[in-house]
Design a protein around this ligand. Sequence first.
Ligand SMILES: Cc1cc2nc3c(=O)[nH]c(=O)nc-3n(C[C@H](O)[C@H](O)[C@H](O)COP(=O)(O)O)c2cc1C
Length: 154
Amino acid sequence: MKIGIIVYSKTENTYSVAEKLQEKFQENGHEVEIERVIPAGEVPPRAKNVEFQSKPELKSYDALIFGAPVHAFSLAPPMKSYLEQLDSLQDKKIACFVTKGLRFNWTGGNQAIGKMKKICESKGGKVVGTDIVVWNKSKDQKIDEMIRKFAVLF
Ligand SMILES: Cc1cc2nc3c(=O)[nH]c(=O)nc-3n(C[C@H](O)[C@H](O)[C@H](O)COP(=O)(O)O)c2cc1C
């Protein structure tokens, strides 16, 4: 299966998780590419309709994993705009994850995942898994757990 890991990452935490996911899926025999969502310039905290320097094209992938940070108690605007601007995710299998700094999932994690799921489903995608990684001292354990959970989805 060809899997695209589509990531927005401002300070590289989310990207580092994407690399670990890529390694695991490759071990399992999948073809896996990481592609970055890159906004054009600085993005204000609650920006709408972000413009992009780079917008990954998804047609060639059988399955997708979207990853992004939580910003201002919700999904980081570049990922929100990117997902909103996609034409179709019809029948694609999708997993979504976010990384965040604050301990509790209600400080933006649940909101961000809810948004990703809702937008993906509105474009015809099938969201089969989601997870939230809090960037604290237990993060490596949490990332391993998420990778094990996602590895059986595709
Ligand atoms: C502008 C900004 C806003 C943030 N807002 C939140 C927040 O509301 N809740 C939270 O848990 N973490 C918040 N964080 C922390 C990030 O979500 C966390 O550091 C994340 O892992 C960063 O991912 P990245 O390195 O891929 O950009 C914020 C970080 C930034 C830079």
